[in-house]
Design a protein around this ligand. Structure first.
Ligand code: NAD
Length: 493
């Protein structure tokens, strides 16, 4: 297991160390290096030098592509090891890391390397003058990638693949709770033979390192995924030296279940849409609205099945739901539920730490269903980031849209119905960056993903996500016969 920082193509062991906890057992599973402010400076200098003087941004795309494909293959070669590590570090069921996080990470590198070169082509727009303009896509420069703990390798891969393919050099800062697969990614990058300094990976306190990275004027762009609280701080850090930013923030996503939906499919998929990864998903459908005709049946089927979800250690293949990431996160979840109950919400199931003695040292929590939610309750408005769902009913379609849109966030939504024409109409009326119809959680490398309103700005994935990591230059050549008389002789000389 790699436990050191990755700066300028070398792994560095630091004096200061930090414990990494396995949330399934509450026990220390590793000790990793913690970067000092000097290390942050070294990483910034290394990425800057690699961009300004190094070969990475100047390589023809085809050559960069071959390196990025090697990263993809490197992830696949170590897939089992990476899946185990991700599960031990995050607690997520091994089935999820094996079949979702790790292969999807490899696929993103592969897809971007193979398909996005054409988006870097120049354009030659016609202008109404005797001039020729060329629009050129260039890399942003040195990019800081800050990622959360819920999908450590996957979100790092979304950002890293696009940033590298576009020719940027990067500093990746994983969450200090889950840096292990990021360090492994450093080793994969190294084995792929990327030039020194193209990728740097540092670990440590979010506020200390994050601020140092974000205020620095050598950094050209910040791609941040995390909470709204920290996202606002990051925006604040850039006030002195403004930078391009992508902000992927929180959510309070809504699912609308229409009376004609295939009930079994809607119930089963809705369980996934809130309880996968222990509900620690930015796109978790934490508000489910069901048409009144089928509400009672939906609620009873959903809660019966929620009670049957098998909790266990992440590393056990039988486990359907692992522990939350930390005791602090579990306390936050419990506080949200207690507040909701005080405000009048009804607990249908869950809401407890399981009493199974074999789980007592981990940060487990039961899948929780709440009803009787009012629009002014905190649980209706705020992101819980845990296995807690509010289920409510609606009568008319207008009411469903109003309920779904009644949120400061706008990350994603889901619609369940057999009437796909109606679903498309509803989808257009919902204020969210992604609307899934009769499915949940499908992220495609070909299409962009990102939130509206307080869920942030900028896109990941797709052509649009890739182009975020570029800047557009206009090269204008004046072809008029005597060049431009107005400008050339403005002062009459
Ligand atoms: P967080 O905001 O606490 O941390 C995110 C990252 O920021 C971590 O790497 C952390 O170390 C770093 N950080 C902390 N303080 C910082 C500071 N002052 N300056 C710079 N960086 C700092 O978020 P989290 O708890 O790791 O993740 C959960 C949150 O992420 C949820 O709100 C969730 O909705 C959001 N999220 C959003 C998306 C999306 O695509 N929109 C995806 C996943 C998670």
């Amino acid at each position: 297991m790699i436990t050191g920082l990755f700066i300028n193509g070398e792994f560095k062991d630091c004096k200061e160390k930090q414990n990494i906890i396995n949330p399934s057992t509450g026990k220390v599973m590793a000790q990793v290096s913690v970067a000092s402010l000097k290390d942050v400076d070294l990483a910034i200098a290394s990425a800057r030098l690699a961009f300004d003087k190094g070969e990475w941004p100047r390589l023809p795309f085809d050559e960069r592509k071959s390196f990025i494909l090697k990263i993809s293959q490197g992830i696949l070669d170590k897939a089992g090891e990476l899946a185990n590590l991700e599960t031990l570090n995050t607690g997520k069921p091994i089935k999820e890391s094996t079949f979702m996080d790790i292969p999807s990470s490899a696929k993103t590198f592969e897809h971007i390397a193979n398909n996005f070169q054409r988006h870097l082509f120049e354009e030659n727009p016609q202008v109404q003058a005797e001039a020729q303009c060329r629009l050129v896509r260039e890399p942003m420069g040195e990019v800081v990638l800050i990622v959360p703990w819920n999908y450590p390798l996957l979100i790092a891969s979304w950002k890293l693949a696009s940033a590298l393919a576009a020719g940027n050099t990067v500093i990746l800062k994983p969450s200090s709770l889950t840096p292990l697969t990021a360090f492994e990614l450093g080793s994969i990058v190294n084995e792929a033979g990327l030039p020194k300094g193209a990728v740097n990976i540092i670990n440590g306190s979010g506020p200390k390192l994050g601020e140092a990275l974000c205020v620095d004027k050598r950094v050209g762009m910040i791609s941040f995924t995390g909470s709204n609280e920290v996202g606002s701080q990051v925006i604040g850090y850039t006030s002195k030296y403004p930078k391009k930013m992508i902000m992927e923030l929180g959510g309070k996503s809504a699912s609308i279940v229409l009376k004609d939906a295939d009930l079994e499919v809607a119930v089963n998929s809705s369980l996934c849409s809130i309880f996968l990864n222990q509900g620690q998903m930015c796109t978790a459908m934490s508000r489910i609205f069901v048409q009144e005709e089928i509400y009672d049946k939906f609620l009873s089927d959903f809660s019966e099945k929620a009670k049957r979800i098998k909790l266990g250690r992440g590393s056990d293949y039988e486990t359907q739901m692992g522990p939350l990431i930390s005791d602090a996160q579990r306390k936050k979840v419990i506080a949200h539920i207690e507040k909701a109950k005080k405000e009048g919400a009804k607990l249908v199931c869950g809401g407890r730490i399981p009493d199974n003695p074999s789980l007592k040292n981990g940060f487990f929590f039961e899948p929780t269903v709440l009803t009787g939610i009012k629009l002014n309750m905190e649980i209706f408005k705020e992101e819980v980031f845990g296995p807690v769902v509010c289920i409510g009913k609606f009568s008319s379609l207008n009411e469903a849209v109003e309920l779904a849109n009644n949120s400061d966030f706008g990350l994603a939504a889901t619609i369940w119905t057999k009437d796909t024409t109606l679903a498309e109409d509803l989808a257009k009326r919902i204020n969210a960056g992604t609307v899934w119809v009769n499915t949940y959680g499908m992220f495609y490398n070909e299409t962009p993903y990102g939130g509206f309103k307080q869920s942030g700005f900028g896109k990941e994935l797709g052509k649009e996500g890739f182009l975020e990591y570029t800047r557009l230059k206009n090269i204008a050549v004046d072809n008029s016969k005597d060049s431009k008389p107005l400008i050339n002789y403005w002062y009459g000389f």
